[in-house]
Structure formats: C-alpha cells, structure tokens
Design a protein around this ligand. Structure first.
Ligand SMILES: Nc1ncnc2c1ncn2[C@@H]1O[C@H](COP(=O)(O)OP(=O)(O)O)[C@@H](O)[C@H]1O
Ligand SMILES: [Mg+2]
Length: 219
C-alpha cells in the first residue's frame, strides 16, 4: 500500500530524514514513536504529500501503486483529497463552520453534491457518536468531540490511508483511549491503513507494528 524508499529531507543544512525505508500493507495500523525533534512530523508530512522530500534518484514514494513524487500539483492535490486523510494534534477545524460543515469540506472540494456530502457526513458523525452535535461549532464541543469531528472529516472521501500526528496529544486520558479504540474499529469496519505518530506508549504498543524514530532514521 505504502512503499517509501530512501526518504531524505534537509531543511537548509539540517539533515532531518536520513534515508527512511518503510513498507506498509493495506489495513495495517502503524505507530511511530520517538523523541521530539526526531523527524516524525516531517516523515508523516512527506508520506502525506504535504511536504516534499529531497530529490534523489534512489528515493521513491509509492502509495496505492501511484508514484507520488511524479505527480504534478493538480494531480497531487486530487490524489491527496481523494486517497489520504489527515488528523492533527490540534483538530484544525474551521471555527466559523458547524461540525457537519467541517466534515463536508473535503467532499465539496472533491465535487460531491451538497446533499450527498451531508448525508455521508451525518452517517459518519452518527457512527462516531456525534448525532446530537451536527450544528455545533468547534468551540461548543469538548476536545474529544472536536477530534472525532476531525476524524469524520478525514474519512469523508473514503481515503485509503489515514495519517495522524499525535491525535490524542491534546486529550484527557479517557478521550484518548476512546480515540485509540476508534482507530481499530475504523480499520476493522472500513479496512483503512493508519499511520499514527504518538507519545502514548500504551497505544503505540497496541498497533500492528510500532516503529521507533531516532535522529532521522527508523530503528
Ligand atoms: N520547516 C522547517 N524548517 C526548518 N527546520 C525544521 C522545519 N520543520 C522541522 N524542522 C526541524 O526538523 C527536525 C525534526 O522536526 P519534526 O519532524 O517536527 O520532529 P518531531 O515531529 O519528531 O518532533 C527538528 O530539528 C526541527 O526543528
Ligand atoms: Mg512532531
């Protein structure tokens, strides 16, 4: 599903990723742990096509049989919108919009009709236990609820892969545990692949595979 080979990244003179190799199978839940500054976010951003790796003839990123590094801007944006989902530490919901509207946005970008997007968003929010929160704005929701809205937003276009960067980093322990359980339920229900950076050791150990990042390498 994901084949990353010799992923390198410099920021100026600083070498942040030093040749990461990573193969992930469809439906796997992968956790990535490591000290702050190890390069986890940079790796996730590159795997998610939100950042670019250094150009190198032996470097490759293939997701779902598509070689990402060869896509032009427009094709890449389409691929990202339709095949990848993102969940961040701070939910990054748009404050002016309701939960339902926030969830619909990636579907609108894809070109889904308003009616179809809303039906899908309602179904997802119901699945996530938020049927009574459609019309709430983010600041009217708890941290755990905000993060579940962000999960629904990540899932609305049925992505093949979901990337999450410390998704429970900002949650109380009960909400964090619920969110972690949710990732397994989603994988079992929809078959998605999850790549999750976390500082939560318990959750990291529950994943199908736990990867440790140190100084720009997976060890
Ligand atoms: N846009 C950037 N410009 C310059 N340096 C950066 C940038 N993003 C990250 N870094 C540096 O790269 C290193 C790895 O950062 P990051 O991937 O965020 O680590 P982690 O997520 O593991 O804490 C850090 O030393 C950080 O300061
Ligand atoms: Mg980080």
């Amino acid at each position: 599903m994901i084949k990353a080979e010799n992923i390198r990244k410099h920021y100026g003179k600083l070498e942040v990723l030093k040749g990461v190799d990573l193969h992930i199978k469809q439906g796997e839940i992968i956790s990535i742990v490591g000290a702050s500054g190890a390069g986890k976010t940079t790796l996730l951003q590159i795997l998610g096509s939100l950042d670019t790796m250094d150009k190198n003839p032996t470097s490759k990123l293939i997701i779902n049989d598509v070689e990402i590094s060869k896509l032009k801007d427009k094709a890449l944006a389409k691929f990202r919108n339709e095949q990848l989902g993102f969940i961040f530490q701070f939910h990054q919901l748009l404050p002016e919009f309701t939960a339902l509207e926030n969830v619909c946005i990636p579907a609108f970008i894809k070109g889904t009709s308003k009616k179809e997007a809303e039906q899908k968003a309602e179904k997802l929010l119901e699945f996530l236990g938020l049927s009574h929160r459609f019309d709430h704005k983010p600041d009217q929701l708890s941290g755990g609820e905000q993060q579940r809205v962000a999960v629904a937003r990540a899932l609305i276009n049925d992505p093949k892969v979901v990337y999450a960067d410390e998704p429970s980093g900002n949650l109380d322990s009960e909400s964090a545990e619920n969110l972690h359980q949710l990732f397994f339920t989603l994988r079992d229900t929809f078959g998605q692949t999850f790549v999750i950076v976390t500082h939560n050791n318990e959750f990291a150990d529950m994943a199908d595979r736990k990867l440790v990042m140190r100084d720009g390498n997976l060890i």
